[in-house]
Design a protein around this ligand. Structure first.
Ligand SMILES: [Zn+2]
Length: 440
């Protein structure tokens, strides 16, 4: 067991209150705090919190070095066999005060090919024009901690045509005609490609006309697409002349309540807008951006990886399976399985404790209250909100109790007992304690 302190990432879009108040620090913080990372990513590995009076090797204490020292003990044979000597997932708490860039992530095959291609071109790993920084895909799942707003997946085009009609912007008519005449993935691809490749002047003119249309609709009191149009205006104010502002009109505007989740498979275009969420992803940095950012945008490469299949917003929400106190968010990702657990220190309303005996490495991150984790050997660790605990494959089984009246935490494991070949949907997780499959 290792008590972990996350690493704060101070990106400009971050909140000055969300992560600080979660951890009980004064607010507002001195700088925006966008993400809190709990993982073994080389850029920001979680720090191990150890009693330096007892432990000698405190200089070496981060999760990356702990895993490198003894991967067989930390990760276990099944994870090693499947993913090598690296932690396959990265857990973050994300606190968005402002919208993030419009983006999508590649499939495993696209990432592998793109990484090799950019290596062959001699692009440095940290070059700003680099798209592929590793050969891995990056499926991701967010679970809302507060109300959480996002744009995700292409809305069914017939509905988008209704939105265009409501705007009553003559400059939009040719595009409305295009989509109405081909209300499917090909129509979406044609329209999106046209917008992202229009000359700057034409885009600025079109964005301005559409924003004026949106203001007129909102002032008229029509309320069919209020959230969509407010988001459009906000993005237009931040990024005037950016084709990503128009692209936002094509996506589902999703609002998650606390505990609700959104899964983004490869090729799914998305932008997180506002709110605090837990984010679990495959441990990769491969992002292809489509706008709403001053960062590098590679339109041809984005078009290669985007999946234009229309999705309704409820298709984006994973199925949740409840096993006792645990709510498991089911996704096809082989790198992670995340669940959310709420315990009651008094045991009057909810379970007081839960025991874990799944194989492989696990991470617990506390979102509210304090938990006490007791290993079968008798070792006990207390984990407060905003901190996490690492449980190695070789560690003894544990029992987790709420030591406050209410405690909420997430649990991440690598679903080794349900690992499927890339692209295959693994079986629904079975009961706790199932043995791992033989490594491939
Ligand atoms: Zn993303």
């Amino acid at each position: 067991m290792e008590l972990l302190e996350g690493v704060v990432r101070p990106y400009a879009w971050g909140s000055r209150t969300a992560i600080a108040s979660l951890q009980g620090r004064p607010t507002p913080s001195a700088h925006p705090e966008a993400e809190l990372w709990f993982g073994a990513h080389p850029a920001a590995p979680a720090q191990c919190v150890r009693d330096t009076a007892v432990e000698q090797n405190s200089s070496d204490s981060n999760l990356l070095s702990v895993i490198r020292e003894d991967p067989a003990h930390e990760l276990g044979a099944a994870v090693l066999g499947r993913f090598g000597e690296r932690l396959p997932f990265l857990l973050k708490i994300l606190a968005a005060e402002e919208p993030l860039s419009l983006q999508a992530h590649p499939t495993l095959a696209q990432a592998d090919e793109g990484f090799a291609r950019e290596n062959a071109l001699g692009l440095a790993l940290d070059a700003p024009e680099r798209n592929y920084r590793d050969p891995w895909h990056k499926p991701e799942l967010v679970v809302a901690v507060t109300q959480f707003d996002a744009l995700a997946g292409f809305r069914p085009p017939t509905r988008t045509v209704e939105l265009f009609r409501e705007l009553q912007v003559p400059a939009l008519d040719p595009y409305l005609g295009l989509l109405a005449g081909q209300a499917d993935r090909d129509g979406l691809r044609a329209l999106f490609t046209t917008w992202l490749t229009l000359p700057d002047k034409a885009i600025t003119t079109l964005v301005t006309a559409v924003l004026e249309g949106a203001v007129a609709v909102l002032e008229s009191g029509a309320d069919t697409f209020t959230d969509e149009l407010r988001t459009l205006l906000e993005l237009g104010e931040m990024y005037p002349g950016d084709p990503g502002v128009l692209a936002s009109l094509l996506l589902n505007r999703v609002r998650l309540n606390p505990g609700e989740s959104l899964y983004l498979p490869a090729g799914s275009l998305h932008a997180y807008l506002h709110g605090t969420a837990v984010e679990i992803m495959a441990n990769s940095d491969n992002v292809l951006r489509g706008g709403l950012t001053p960062k590098h945008i590679d339109v041809p490469e984005l078009l290669r990886v985007l999946d234009f299949t229309p999705t309704s917003d409820d298709e984006l929400l994973p199925t949740v399976r409840t096993l006792g106190a645990e709510r498991i968010y089911l996704t096809p990702a082989a790198e992670f399985r995340l669940s959310r657990i709420e315990l009651d220190g008094t045991g009057l309303l909810l379970s007081q404790s839960i025991s874990f005996d799944m194989p492989g490495p696990q991470m617990l991150a506390v979102l509210g209250g304090t938990i006490e984790v007791r290993a079968a050997t008798g070792d006990t660790v207390s984990v407060a909100a905003g901190s996490a605990l690492w449980l190695a494959d070789g560690d003894p089984d544990v029992v987790v109790r709420a030591s406050s009246s209410r405690a909420t935490f997430v649990r991440v494991l690598v679903p080794v007992s349900q690992v499927a070949a890339p692209g295959q949907v693994p079986a629904v997780p079975g009961s706790a304690g199932a043995g791992p499959d033989a490594p491939e």
